[in-house]
Design a protein. Structure first.
Length: 465
C-alpha cells in the first residue's frame, strides 16, 4: 500500500532545497503551462511541514475545528477576432445586458476581496483561516484583461510571511475539467499546467506549500483504473490529501461513513490488482452556498466533541468548499459572517473551537503521532462510469498522436514541453475540456463558444508539434 502521508524524515528534510529561479508567467502572451518539469520535481521532493511550526492552535485544548474553502472560476472563450481567446469575465463586462452579466464587477471584486478580509483581520490580532482554489483559466483571464491588481492582492496573502500561516491554496485542474469526463491520461496535463502557472505567478516557495487538492465540482472518477491513475498522479505531483464529498465514498463494506468529520484513508485498487491510498477530508452531503455564506461550519463544529482516532481522541474537522462568488448569499452575506466568526472565536476567550486549514489539521495530527494508517478506510461509492464524448475523444487521440510524433527523430533531441507549438496546442487542448461547455451546452452562446474552440484546437493539433 502506497502512503500519501509518510512520516516526517527530519534528517532528510531539515534543510530547504536550493532556491529555484523565477519563471515567466506569460510566454508569447500565453500562460506558462509547461517546460519546467525538472524544477517541479525538485519542489515536490521538499516535504518539510508547511503549517505546523507556525500554527497557534494546539489540538489538546480543542474540542472541534472547521475549515472553509472558496472555489473561483471563469472559463476562457473565443473572442471576436479569429484565434483570439478572452476571459468570459471580460465577455460579461462587454455584454452587461445579457443574463447576469451585470454582476461582472461584483464577481471581480469577489475574486480579490478575501485578501482584504484576511489582511484586516490578521492586522487586528485575529487568526482567520481560509483555503483557496482558483482555476488556471481564471488566473490567466484576470491577467489578460488587465486585472493584475487582483493577482497582486492574492499574492500578498500568499507570499508575505505575516499572512502565509493563515492561507492555504489547494491545487486543481488548470482548465477546470470534470475528472470523470476526460481521459485519465490527461489528469497529469491539467495538474502540471496548474502547478507551472501558479509557480509563475506566486513563486516556487508558494507552490511548495500547496499540499491539498480539489477536483473541479469535487467529482471523483469512479472507474477503478481512472481513479487509480488520479491518485497516483496526485502523489507523484506532491499532493498529500484530497477533498471529496462524503456521499461519494463509503466504508469497505459499502456502508455510509459514520465519522465524516475525521480524515479518512481512501483505498483504491485497479483492475490489475495494484493498490494505492491517499488521505481525504470530507465535505458533508447537506452543504450549500447559503450555509457557507453564514459560516455554518463554525456552528456545526460548536456542536461536536472530540472523537476517537487511532489510539486517542482528536477534534473533528467540519470542512466545506463553495463557489466564492456565486449566489446572492456568497456575494453579500459571506463577508460579515466570515468576519464575525473570527471575532466570536477570539473575543469570548473560548478557544475550544478553532478554524484551521486542511494541511494544518493533518500536520497537527501527525505531530501527535497519527498518520494515514490510523485513519478509517473508505472507498469510492460504485456508480456508472462516464466516458468522454466523441469530439473530446477525437481531440484526445489527435493530441497524443501528435505528442508521440514529437518524440520521434529528428524532434526527439528537443524537449517537447519547451516547444512553442506544443505549448499553444496544450493550452487549447486543456481549454477544450473546460466544464462550462458541457454544463451550459444547451445555450446557444456556449454552443458557439465550444464549436469555435473545438475548431481552433483541432486545427492546431493537425499541424503537429
Amino acid at each position: 500500500m502506497i502512503s500519501a502521508l509518510p512520516p516526517i524524515d527530519e534528517s532528510s528534510n531539515s534543510q530547504a532545497i536550493a532556491p529555484l529561479q523565477p519563471i515567466p508567467e506569460l510566454i508569447n502572451d500565453l500562460p506558462n503551462l509547461c517546460g519546467w518539469e525538472t524544477d517541479l520535481e525538485q519542489v515536490r521532493q521538499d516535504q518539510r511541514p508547511v503549517f505546523v511550526e507556525q500554527s497557534s492552535v494546539t489540538l489538546e485544548s480543542c474540542s472541534a475545528a472547521f475549515a472553509v474553502a472558496l472555489h473561483m472560476h471563469q472559463p476562457m472563450v473565443p473572442g471576436q477576432e479569429p484565434g483570439h481567446l478572452m476571459s468570459h469575465l471580460q465577455y460579461m463586462f462587454e455584454h452587461p445586458f445579457d443574463g447576469d452579466n451585470h454582476r461582472a464587477g461584483t464577481f471581480t471584486y469577489c475574486y480579490s476581496r478575501i485578501a482584504n478580509f484576511m489582511v484586516d483581520l490578521i492586522n487586528q490580532g485575529y487568526s482567520p483561516r481560509v483555503m483557496l482554489t482558483y482555476s488556471g483559466t481564471l488566473l490567466w483571464g484576470l491577467r489578460q484583461m488587465g486585472r493584475g491588481d487582483v493577482l497582486d492582492n492574492l499574492k500578498r496573502i500568499t507570499t508575505e510571511k505575516t499572512y502565509q500561516p493563515y492561507v492555504e491554496w489547494l491545487g486543481t485542474f488548470w482548465g477546470h475539467a470534470i475528472a470523470p469526463t476526460i481521459p485519465a491520461a490527461d489528469f497529469k496535463l491539467h495538474i502540471q499546467a496548474w502547478q507551472h502557472h501558479f509557480a509563475a505567478i506566486f513563486g516556487w516557495e508558494a507552490l511548495r506549500r500547496v499540499r491539498g487538492f480539489c477536483l473541479p465540482e469535487l467529482q471523483l472518477p469512479t472507474e477503478p483504473n481512472a481513479l487509480y491513475t488520479l491518485v497516483q498522479t496526485l502523489q507523484d505531483a506532491g499532493y498529500r490529501w484530497l477533498l471529496v464529498r462524503a456521499e461519494q465514498v463509503c466504508t469497505p463494506e459499502r456502508q455510509p461513513l459514520s465519522q465524516i468529520h475525521l480524515p479518512h484513508r481512501l483505498e483504491v485498487t485497479n483492475t490489475q490488482g495494484q493498490s494505492i491510498s491517499m488521505a481525504v477530508l470530507l465535505q458533508g452531503s447537506h452543504s450549500t452556498a447559503d450555509s457557507l455564506a453564514s459560516m455554518e461550519p463554525y456552528r456545526q463544529a460548536q456542536q461536536l466533541a472530540r472523537q476517537p482516532l487511532g489510539d486517542r481522541h482528536v477534534p473533528p474537522l467540519v470542512t466545506q468548499l463553495e463557489d466564492g462568488e456565486n449566489t446572492h448569499a456568497m456575494m453579500h452575506d459571506f463577508p460579515a459572517a466570515f468576519r464575525n466568526t473570527w471575532y466570536d472565536i477570539l473575543n469570548p476567550g473560548d478557544r475550544s473551537v478553532q478554524g484551521l486549514t486542511g494541511t494544518e489539521y493533518l500536520e497537527l495530527l501527525q505531530a501527535t503521532g497519527l498518520g494515514l494508517n490510523d485513519y478509517p478506510a473508505c472507498q469510492v461509492m460504485p456508480s456508472p462510469s462516464t466516458r468522454p464524448d466523441v469530439p473530446h475523444q477525437r481531440l484526445h487521440q489527435r493530441f497524443h498522436h501528435a505528442v508521440a510524433a514529437g518524440h520521434r527523430p529528428p524532434l526527439a533531441s528537443h524537449r517537447l514541453s519547451e516547444s512553442p507549438r506544443y505549448r499553444k496546442a496544450l493550452l487549447y487542448y486543456l481549454l477544450s475540456q473546460t466544464s462550462c461547455f458541457q454544463h451550459w451546452s444547451s445555450e446557444s452562446h456556449w454552443q458557439s463558444a465550444w464549436q469555435g474552440l473545438y475548431q481552433q484546437t483541432d486545427a492546431l493539433l493537425r499541424q503537429g508539434f
